[in-house]
Unconditional design. Structure first.
Length: 111
């Protein structure tokens, strides 16, 4: 039982690697990281820096031979991430339509 508990929480060890803000370089406060999605062996964590207010998202994957972490700086706050995660991905047709709109000569007038 202890081994399972250890494995389930082992992703938290990887969070120690994400101890400082990649934008300003200052240490995150302990409450900066929020777990927002937990799926199978993946954990998605969102960080907000209390110093520069930047946001960072990380995916922590627990694999049989260790852990892997992928992260990126984002302009999405935690509420945005939680909302957008539930939405369906863009279709190819929507992407093409968006491309056409952005390239219209009068695009700036549409705003
Ligand atoms: Zn920062």
């Amino acid at each position: 039982m202890l081994a399972n508990k250890k494995k389930a929480d082992s992703w938290r060890k990887n969070l120690k690697l994400i101890s400082h803000c990649p934008v300003c370089g200052r240490d995150y406060k302990s409450q900066a990281g929020k777990l927002f999605i937990k799926e199978n062996d993946a954990r998605f964590v969102h960080f907000t820096c209390h110093h520069c207010r930047s946001h960072f998202m990380a995916m922590v994957m627990v694999m049989p031979k260790g852990m892997s972490t992928v992260g990126m700086v984002t302009d999405l706050n935690l509420k945005d991430v939680q909302k957008l995660y539930k939405m369906s991905p863009l279709t190819i047709d929507e992407t093409i339509e968006g491309y056409k709109i952005f390239n219209r000569p009068d695009f700036l007038k549409l705003l």
